[in-house]
Design a protein around this ligand. Structure first.
Ligand SMILES: *[C@@H]1O[C@H](CO)[C@@H](O)[C@H](O)[C@H]1NC(C)=O
Ligand SMILES: *[C@@H]1O[C@H](CO)[C@@H](O)[C@H](O)[C@H]1NC(C)=O
Ligand SMILES: *[C@@H]1O[C@H](CO)[C@@H](O)[C@H](O)[C@H]1NC(C)=O
Ligand SMILES: *[C@@H]1O[C@H](CO)[C@@H](O)[C@H](O)[C@H]1NC(C)=O
Length: 365
């Protein structure tokens, strides 16, 4: 009975996905529905030498961005218009500088060659990609010195890097968002120590992260959150691998799922790359920073006997401490007001997502 019910549910889920973009369609069109919007970014060569590496750069309105996001593409690579249009939108809606490195150096797959992906993967080994990424980070900081924090987004092939870059010992990023990730193991999931959000396809429809692995991720992330590591995962029922980037945006259901996944990514990265804008977080951040400066002033006083100018440090600390104390109640007082404002903001978010979905262009027959 139970088995029949499960089988029926699976059939229903697949039926739903087929109604949206048939599996037969995906089998022959791995790129899904190719978007033809106008790209607003630019291409530059960042790594010079024998093996130059190009990047696509989408700049936000702010001429001096303080945060950047590096996108790791799917197998369709750097020139795939859907990825570039996503980058443009991420720069616009998130306020990030967005960079897409051409890690494949022109060797992206196409629908005609994707059946060679196993061999292709060996041409783009993890150690080389991570070395390139480290060099890209250095170049990014040189080209945009205003950038303080750098996050990552990865799709499918690139989603594996969302996981690997969240482990200790990997090149440092502030946060990662993986969309329908691939090629990760349970051990990779175990190794995560940094902030990560996964926006997954329906595990029942995705061989890259099937139901077994998805259940493991869910369980492991819950344990990680209990230890203070912000690791989150969610999936979009009825939507197959690739839905966020390569789906049929003329189908309102696809447009809504893709838009939700997009804004979840924006929200997660904004919270970790940009200074808080909501009143509660600002008040908490202010209070913490004042307390921290008071604490460090006190620490200076404690350390003072050994210091060269002990007398100078002490009054400074004394002066800072009451200020911090005085600010704290103010912060507390502001909090309820902020709390009242928060639900309003939450309520506005899905509305914005819906508007975005509605704004998606309709396919011409
Ligand atoms: C984009 O252009 C291609 C080639 O002209 C076309 O097949 C495809 O349907 C277009 N995509 C959309 C979403 O209009
Ligand atoms: C991949 O498909 C093409 C035809 O589309 C075929 O010529 C080629 O032999 C296939 N390669 C592999 C490794 O299956
Ligand atoms: C699910 O994925 C895991 C890890 O990739 C794999 O070991 C396992 O065989 C898969 N299970 C099924 C039922 O396909
Ligand atoms: C995309 O969705 C539109 C609207 O539902 C539909 O007419 C069109 O056939 C779909 N395209 C594909 C490739 O499934």
């Amino acid at each position: 009975m139970m088995r029949i019910a499960v089988a029926l549910l699976a059939v229903l889920a697949i039926g739903q996905a087929e109604a949206r973009l048939s599996n037969a369609y995906w089998n022959t069109h791995g790129q899904g529905v190719v978007q033809n919007g106008t790209q607003s970014g630019k291409v530059a060569t960042w790594l010079k030498g024998d093996t130059p590496l190009d990047v696509y750069i989408a700049e936000p309105a702010n001429a001096k961005p303080i945060a950047a996001v590096v996108i790791f593409t799917d197998i369709y690579g750097f020139e795939f218009s859907n990825t570039r249009l996503w980058a443009d939108r991420l720069a616009k809606k998130g306020g990030f500088l967005v960079v897409i490195p051409d890690f494949f150096r022109g060797d992206a797959l196409t629908d005609a060659t994707r059946n060679t992906s196993a061999v292709w993967r060996t041409r783009h080994p993890k150690d080389r990609v991570l070395k390139d990424f480290t060099a890209v980070l250095a170049e990014l900081k040189k080209a945009y010195p205003s950038v303080k924090k750098i996050g990552q987004q990865g799709f499918c092939w690139g989603g594996g890097y969302s996981v690997w870059l969240s482990a200790a010992g990997a090149p440092k990023i502030a946060a990662a968002v993986g969309y329908h990730i691939s090629a990760v193991t349970a051990a990779d999931i175990d190794a995560i120590t940094g902030p990560i959000s996964l926006q997954q396809s329906d595990p029942a429809l995705d061989n890259s992260v099937n139901e077994t692995l998805y259940a493991y991720i869910e369980k492991t992330f819950k344990a990680k959150r209990a230890k203070g590591i912000p690791a989150y995962t969610t999936f979009y029922k009825g939507f197959p691998h690739g839905f966020s980037l390569r789906g049929n945006l003329s189908d309102p259901a696809y447009a809504k799922a893709a838009s939700t996944a997009f804004y979840e990514g924006v929200k997660f990265l904004k919270a970790r790359l940009l200074p808080p804008t909501d009143p509660i977080s600002r008040v908490v951040a202010l209070k913490n920073s004042l307390l921290k400066s008071a604490q460090s002033a006190v620490a200076q006083v404690v350390a003072a006997p050994k210091a060269a100018a002990p007398k100078a440090a002490a009054p400074k600390a004394e002066a800072a401490a009451p200020k911090a104390e005085a600010a704290a109640p103010k912060a507390e007082a502001a909090a309820p007001k902020a709390a009242a404002a928060a639900p309003k903001a939450e309520a506005a978010a899905p509305k914005a997502a819906a508007a975005e979905a509605e704004a998606a262009p309709a396919t011409k027959p």
